[in-house]
Design a protein. Structure first.
Length: 344
């Protein structure tokens, strides 16, 4: 149980053993990296004789690229882009996959009281972090009503005559835009893990940017027979190549959302990519939010959610979700833990 291991703060110990061991066995771990969904993805697996690693690497890369082609707002012909051209009160048939991901996103909107809202994009598109552009107050206020997850309606209908199931989406406001940047990478990581599990892989890691999921452990210590955990670093929010924390983990997912990923500085203000839906502006108070739990898609959406909610509400939310924990670094550099991880 990774959480339990963390809870007892055997962290340094485990890290040390793991580092020693990983240098020892490294030759048998294979890694495949590629760029997808605007980030670097990585697949690592134990090259066992029964595992066709090359085929698996290809299958995962292909699947992640397929998900990008469906869910990217930057690809004009993606399903998401088609949805974003939909006028008010017009229904559009969507894939069951899109339906499932949007439905999950709406679930996270409900439990976070709108802190997680994929319609943030209705104002999100007004920002260009590379060009250091942000909307004027007036333009922002004009667009803000379009940020409203309650105006997204999904329906699942059974067409009696054709005997086929249809999944549809409809917006009750004009000009709404959706963006799945806070959930799709986690979904893609989960799909990668499913491919590995179906192939019988028992030890592996899949990551895409700040979203990681692990199957099994990094191996076993031959002498003691003890399981060696993976050691996953949480980036230091202000020192580029440094890590703020290192966590020994097995069989779990972990996502980190940070204000250092896409941003520019405007005077004293850091304008970054995680938007508080109620204001249409960058969320303040937290610099890094990490969520640990079973599914990568959940961790992904929850890390973005916690970032928007702030330390107190974020921790409170995570404490109500069984099997999930959070580590937050606030803007004073203080580290906060949810109940399952709190040092005793
Ligand atoms: P993450 O990469 O998980 O840290 O999430 C950040 C990404 O989520 C951003 O780049 C946006 O695409 C998206 N996003 C930003 N703000 C929100 C929000 N309030 N709700 C849902 N998604 C968001
Ligand atoms: Mg996230």
């Amino acid at each position: 149980m990774p959480i339990a291991r963390l809870k007892h703060w055997a962290v340094l110990n485990a890290c040390f053993i793991s580092l020693l061991f990983s240098t020892f066995v490294q030759a048998e771990w294979l890694k495949h990296e590629f760029d997808v969904m605007g980030t670097r993805a990585s697949v690592e697996l134990w090259a066992d004789a029964k595992v066709q690693n090359k085929k698996l690497f290809e299958a995962i890369e292909k699947e992640m690229r397929r998900i990008e082609s469906v869910m990217s707002p930057y690809i004009e012909i993606s399903e998401l882009s088609n949805m974003n051209r939909l006028g008010a009160n017009k229904s559009m048939v969507i894939s069951v996959e899109m339906y499932t991901v949007v439905q999950k996103a709406l679930y996270f909107s409900e439990i976070t009281d709108g802190a997680f809202d994929i319609s943030f994009a209705s104002v999100g598109f007004l920002y260009d972090y590379r060009k250091q552009q942000q909307p004027s107050e007036q333009v922002l206020q004009e667009s803000l009503p379009k940020v409203d997850y309650k105006s997204i309606q999904l329906a699942h209908v059974l067409e009696q005559e054709e005997s086929v199931e249809k999944y549809t989406i409809q917006f009750s406001r004009e000009g709404m835009s959706l963006d799945l940047g806070g959930i799709a990478k986690g979904y893609a990581v989960d799909r990668g893990i499913e491919i590995l599990k179906e192939a019988g892989v028992e030890s592996a890691l899949v990551s895409a940017g700040g979203d990681t999921r692990i199957i099994g452990s990094r191996g076993k210590d031959k002498a003691s027979g003890q399981t060696i955990p993976w050691v996953i670093g949480i980036k230091h929010p202000r020192e580029k190549e440094a890590q703020a924390l290192r966590l020994p983990l097995t069989d779990t997912a972990l996502s980190t959302s940070g204000d250092y990923e896409r941003f520019f500085i405007d005077g004293k203000n850091r304008v970054h990519h995680i938007i508080r839906p109620s204001t249409g502006k960058s969320a303040k108070g937290i610099v890094s939010a990490t969520v640990i739990g079973e599914k990568s898609m959940h961790c992904d959406a929850l890390s973005t959610s916690v970032f928007v909610l702030g330390v107190e509400d974020g921790i409170q939310l995570i404490n109500t979700i069984e099997g999930y924990d959070a580590i937050i670094i606030d803007n004073n550099g203080k580290v906060h833990y949810s109940l399952g991880l709190a040092p005793q």
